[in-house]
Design a protein around this ligand. Structure first.
Ligand code: HEM
Length: 385
């Protein structure tokens, strides 16, 4: 499905792309080499490049934009707050959020008809879950969603006029003000939510500062909303063209985890990452000068024929190992456990409550981002059980 990636892997595994002003890295081994070596391939430009002057917490960098050793300190504290037992304890809430969204769909559309899977389900589901994880007001989830959309849009800021930029600026200030208030409340009155966990986390006498907790909360919101929304949208977009796989899942929901792993490989929500070289270096025999932007193409690595047999096919029972979809090395996704749990739970409940959900229309409208992959909207026809 990705002929351009295949062509890059075959002929130009390290290719300068004018449009990105950087070098695209397309083979699995080279992507791994880049992500494992933060001395040569630094993450320090990640956040400034994404948010520019719209960073809500400019006084400190979030961990996604830090290299070791600074990264190690924050990641240890974050791991401490993000332990699987805390995340696992959310499974009941995740299930009830899913049921509530489906109840709303049935209330609005009846037992049979059409709805937009992205606008009415997958776009609301992860933001509701993360609001729950952070212990913030679920009634504000539409605000969160808008703030996150605006902050992600800051990545394209060069293309916008003053009105859109003013909106982005307003969202950036609103998100900071909101989390400052939550921080102050939780410091006085800790609960079992993740923000309280971040405030209290201690490793070797070290704690996170107020600004670090604020930008951690914002990073989780940015990292955890769009990605999981897209994983679900991508899944339903491809089930349409693979009706045999859809039938297999509906007949036997225990195959859902296998489907999700293969979907993450076949068409993951994060297609590329960003690194900058700190010195002159070489990849696949090609010189890459100091100060270059390097773009590890996770989506291409996941299709590398050197790593995966029949790599261009969606194979339900493949159970792929070593997928690149959550990155590699020190920045390996903090939310991989949570997002797998969310997506599994959503699919189990959808297959239980719907007799069918099928995307309609000949073409899917995909996001125009090179970085975040997912359908912008996905009209589906459904039948309730
Ligand atoms: C990092 C993908 C869901 C939080 C990453 C990275 C990738 C990724 C590729 C590596 C970034 C880098 O190396 O520069 C995904 C995908 C998801 C997902 C495909 C869903 C299917 C989530 C969720 C959360 C989350 C649900 C939080 C609730 C984070 C954080 C980092 C990260 C905090 C930075 C970790 C660090 O810098 O050490 N994610 N993510 N992600 N992700 Fe995710």
């Amino acid at each position: 499905p990705y002929p351009y990636y295949a062509q890059l892997r075959a002929n130009e595994p390290v290719k300068w792309l004018d449009i990105m002003q950087g070098f695209a890295i397309s083979r699995w081994d080279d992507v791994e080499a880049v992500l494992s070596d933060s001395k040569t391939f630094s993450s320090a430009q990640f956040w400034p490049a994404l948010l520019g002057e719209y960073d809500p917490v400019p006084e400190v960098q979030p961990m996604i934009s830090l290299d070791p050793p600074g990264h190690v300190r924050i990641r240890k504290l974050a791991n401490k707050a993000f332990v699987p037992s805390r995340v696992g304890a959310l499974s009941d809430r995740i299930r009830s959020v899913t049921h509530e969204l489906i109840d709303d769909i049935f209330a609005k559309h009846g037992g049979e008809g059409e709805f937009d899977f992205v606008w009415e389900f997958s776009g609301l589901f992860p933001v509701s879950v993360i609001a729950e994880v952070l212990g913030v007001d679920i009634a504000r989830r539409v605000d969160f969603k808008n703030w996150v959309d605006d902050l992600l849009a800051a990545g394209n800021r060069a293309a916008y006029g003053p009105e859109r930029l003013a909106e982005i600026d307003k969202s950036s200030q609103a998100i900071r003000a909101y989390f400052e208030q939550v921080y102050d409340e939780r410091s006085a009155n800790p609960g079992d939510d993740l923000i309280s966990g971040f405030i209290q986390a201690e490793v070797n006498g070290e704690r996170l500062t107020r600004s670090e907790v604020l930008n951690m909360a914002i990073l989780l919101l940015i990292g955890g909303v769009e990605t999981t929304t897209n994983l679900l949208g991508i899944t339903f977009a491809h089930l349409k063209t693979h009706p045999d796989i859809a039938a297999a899942i509906w007949a036997d929901p225990t195959r859902i985890p296998a489907l999700l792993e293969e979907m993450l490989r076949f068409d993951g929500p994060v297609q590329m990452l960003f690194r900058h070289t700190t010195c002159d270096t070489e990849l696949a025999g090609i010189a890459v000068p100091k100060g270059s932007l390097v773009l590890p193409l996770l989506g291409s690595a996941n299709h590398d024929e050197r790593k995966f047999d029949r790599s261009e096919e969606l194979v339900l029972d493949r159970n792929p190992k070593e997928i690149m979809s959550f990155g590699q090395g020190p920045h390996f996704c903090l939310g991989s456990y949570l997002s797998r749990m969310e997506a599994k739970s959503a699919l189990e409940i959808l297959t239980a409550r719907f007799e069918s959900i099928e995307a309609i229309g000949d073409t899917v409208k995909w996001s125009d981002s090179y970085f975040a992959r997912g359908p912008k909207s996905l009209p589906v026809r459904f039948k309730a059980r």
